[in-house]
Ligand binder design. Structure first.
Ligand code: EPU
Length: 294
């Protein structure tokens, strides 16, 4: 069995010999409301950006930086979707699922979900075992805005200052200027995760490129993979019908008619080129399903 959300982060490399499940649970309800916050339960089949829009419309803060991310609510905890300084895990308080084999229903607390950067228990101990049915989020009625990532603050100021509506508008605008629209150019968002390396490896990178950017990640250093791919000269690189996107090197695109094999070949070429230059092995963020792996 394979649980498919919106399909926006999946690359099928062969036909899937099994049952594909897709959630039609579209419920959206407020469970608890206090002076400060609300707890919202969203069905796994709700389109992620519809949830964000609904939160913004109702004055619920927390998810606005995650505007315009394709996919469904049920997929959001699996890889702990994140963008512009926020991760879904910051607002998730519980994930409800049904066990594939027993049919029994379970609920996990946030701690039990073991969230990390693009990571959770659903990619490890519960991989292929859990059918997520709904997710509970705690949202703030007095929003605390996160504007410190990249150009977010500037874009929000240009719209007249911080509000849920303006942050959503700013993020949507930034995303659309950098990321290709999946309805026009096939892609799965970031194709690789940003590598988290030891400080020694980062120091070695600085000897190649003194201006290499970084984000702290505990006692290690997160390096933007898009920057590395870009510096390796691969931004806009075309291989058959597949290409490294011209505005964001972390995104691989289907120029039209690309086969999965072409995407896999390009991904391997990117991994090999970055490895030869830096010693870092990029890891796909995209869920590759089928006989051919990257
Ligand atoms: N950069 C370049 N060249 C490029 C791409 C990026 O120099 O071609 C530089 C940027 O200038 C910036 C840094 O690399 O200094 C980081 O770039 P960006 O802000 O675009 O973010 P990212 O690390 O490449 C991550 C997420 C995105 C998310 C953005 C914004 C991952 C794997 N990706 O990308 O998520 O939208 O941050 O927060 O963590 C996704 O997962 O599908 C996705 C799009």
């Amino acid at each position: 069995m394979f649980f498919l959300g919106g399909g926006s982060n999946v690359l099928f490399t062969s036909d899937f010999d099994g049952l594909v499940l897709h959630s039609g649970i579209k419920t959206l309800e407020v469970l608890v409301r206090t002076e400060k916050e609300v707890t919202v339960k969203a069905g796994a089949g709700v389109v992620w950006d519809d949830l964000v829009q609904w939160c913004v419309d109702n004055g619920f803060g927390g998810l606005e930086n995650l505007s315009d991310i394709p996919g469904t609510v049920g997929a959001s905890p699996v890889q702990n979707i994140g963008a512009y300084g926020t991760e879904a895990a910051e607002c998730i308080v519980a994930v409800h699922y049904v066990d594939y084999e027993t049919g029994l229903a379970y609920s996990l607390s946030k701690a039990e979900c073991a969230f990390g950067y693009r990571d959770s228990v659903f990619k490890h101990a519960l991989a292929g075992k859990a059918i997520i049915t709904s997710v509970d989020f705690v949202l703030n009625l007095h929003p605390q805005f996160r504007l410190d990532y990249g150009d977010v603050n500037r874009a929000v100021e240009a719209l007249g200052g911080a509000s849920l509506v303006n942050v959503r508008k700013a993020i949507t605008g930034i995303r659309r200027s950098k990321l290709p629209d999946i309805s026009e150019l096939g892609n799965a968002g970031s194709f690789f995760t940003n590598p988290v390396v030891q400080p020694e490896m980062y120091a070695q990178l600085q000897t190649i490129w003194p201006d290499v950017p970084s984000y702290s990640s505990g006692d290690r250093v997160k390096v933007p993979a898009g920057w590395l791919i870009d510096r390796c000269g691969l931004k806009g690189f075309v291989m058959g019908n597949a290409a490294v996107h011209k505005n964001q090197a972390l995104v691989l695109v289907n120029l039209g008619g690309a086969t999965a094999a072409e995407i896999v070949e390009l991904a391997r070429y990117v991994i090999q080129t970055v490895f030869e230059k830096t010693g870092i092995t990029l890891v796909p963020e995209v869920n590759v399903v089928g006989s051919e792996k990257i």
